[in-house]
Write a protein of this length. Structure first.
Length: 409
């Protein structure tokens, strides 16, 4: 190695670059995955959203293009008749309203919700509480605002217990929610029953029903559940059970599973590229060992003439191979981890722009790599280097002493 420093360095650099790129690629894949998952937040991944639509087929005397609207009775059906259903929630959107406190005002999207919405949608309450059963039962004029709305209306003061005006009505603030990456506008939440009574003339309609399911483990079981679900709602609302336009189903379970399959493919692709880069480094180590053995064949002959055993020749060459792969592999690993930690530090220290929406959608988050994976990759690299050096080492050890002494003469 001393006589061919440049050659050794270039070979070692290829090894270091291979492990460095593997760490960078794996860390970047983790960052992308974590970023997308963070946008789900605590949203229940075993949930299914149901939306009313429009019929596309005539049925039992009813014309096509008839609007189907979900109701409170549908919520009771979902909860009572389907054992797979664990929780039932619902929302009704009440359009944009002007919310005001003293001299401050802004536009918000008003919606009525059931208490279970917080658990299923993963809504985090920064202060106070969410809508509860008493709010629903007593038609209370309780309201939650998000942090952005609180900042505008109350200028940093505690909003809990204060009364705000929503158009011409007064509501009591009972909680403040954190920003929601799934929505990009200010939201005010009131009890579903209150919203239906005041803004929908007490009509029991809901814009969407949200359920969480359990004990559904296969695609066949999910397909059977959705078929029974749509069949029951079709009987309730008198439309063709095969009409997919009447009720829209947004299956978060399927979306999440598909996303995990995509990230699994990305991860596999990253490993293939990274291992290919590592393999190039290992080939470089193997080549330099072959050249080294060729150049030092006469030296090995002298060593054998002086009594050196074949295994000492093998050990000498393997030591050099392992030193190259271990030293440069370790440097590549440390540099790769350092770069990912620096990127993560930058992301955590850079404040997100939440001035308008109160949240910051994330596409890249915590791009760090499990240290065990990096160390394992380095160990595999060293073992591969050991194997790469063994073949030329074994050939050198098997040469007869006289042949080795005459080599290159």
């Amino acid at each position: 190695m001393r006589r061919n420093k440049l050659r050794t360095f270039l070979t070692g650099f290829s090894v270091a670059w291979g492990i460095f790129m593997l760490v960078i690629l794996l860390g970047s894949g983790n960052g992308l995955k974590n970023g997308v998952e963070s946008n789900f937040g605590d949203y229940a991944t075993n949930s299914i959203d149901l939306y009313g639509g429009w019929t596309s087929k005539p049925w039992e005397g009813y014309d096509r293009n008839r609007r189907i609207r979900l109701t409170n009775r549908d919520l009771e059906i979902l909860e009572r008749e389907f054992p797979e259903v664990e929780q039932v929630a619902a929302n009704t959107w009440l359009s944009s309203k002007k919310i005001a406190y003293e001299g401050e005002f802004m536009d918000v999207s008003l919606r009525g919700s059931l208490p279970e919405v917080a658990r299923i949608e993963g809504i985090k309450v920064a202060r106070g509480r969410f809508i509860n059963d008493a709010d629903i039962r007593d038609y209370r004029k309780s309201a939650l605002i998000d942090e952005a709305t609180s900042l505008v209306l109350f200028k940093g003061a505690d909003p809990l217990g204060k009364f705000v005006r929503v158009d011409s009505l007064t509501f009591k603030i009972v909680g403040v929610t954190q920003g929601d990456a799934m929505r990009n506008n200010a939201v005010c939440i009131i009890p579903l029953s209150t919203g239906q009574l005041i803004y929908n003339a007490n009509e029991p309609y809901v814009n969407n029903a949200i359920i969480t399911v359990r004990d559904i483990r296969t695609d066949a079981e999910m397909e059977d559940f959705e078929k029974r679900l749509t069949g029951r709602l079709a009987a309730e609302h008198h439309y063709d059970p095969t009409d997919e336009s009447a009720i829209w189903i947004n299956n978060t379970m399927e979306r999440y599973k598909d996303m995990m399959i995509v990230f699994g493919g990305i991860n596999l692709f990253v490993w293939i590229i990274g291992l290919g880069t590592l393999l190039a480094g290992i080939v470089g180590v193997s080549n330099i060992m072959l050249v080294t053995v060729t150049e030092r064949t006469a030296e090995f002959g002298i060593r054998k003439a002086l009594g050196a055993r074949p295994r000492s020749i093998i050990r000498l060459i393997l030591t050099e191979s392992v030193m190259i792969t271990a030293a440069f592999g370790y440097m590549g690993m440390v540099l790769g981890v350092a770069v990912m930690e620096a990127v993560n530090y930058y992301l955590t220290q850079t404040p997100a722009d939440t001035s308008e929406t109160g949240f910051a959608p994330t596409i890249f988050l915590d791009p760090t790599l499990n240290l065990g994976v990096a160390v394992s990759a380095t160990v595999v690299l060293v073992i591969a280097g050991l194997i790469a050096g063994y073949v030329p080492a074994y050939r050198a050890a098997q040469l007869k002493t006289i042949d080795a002494l005459r080599y290159n003469k």
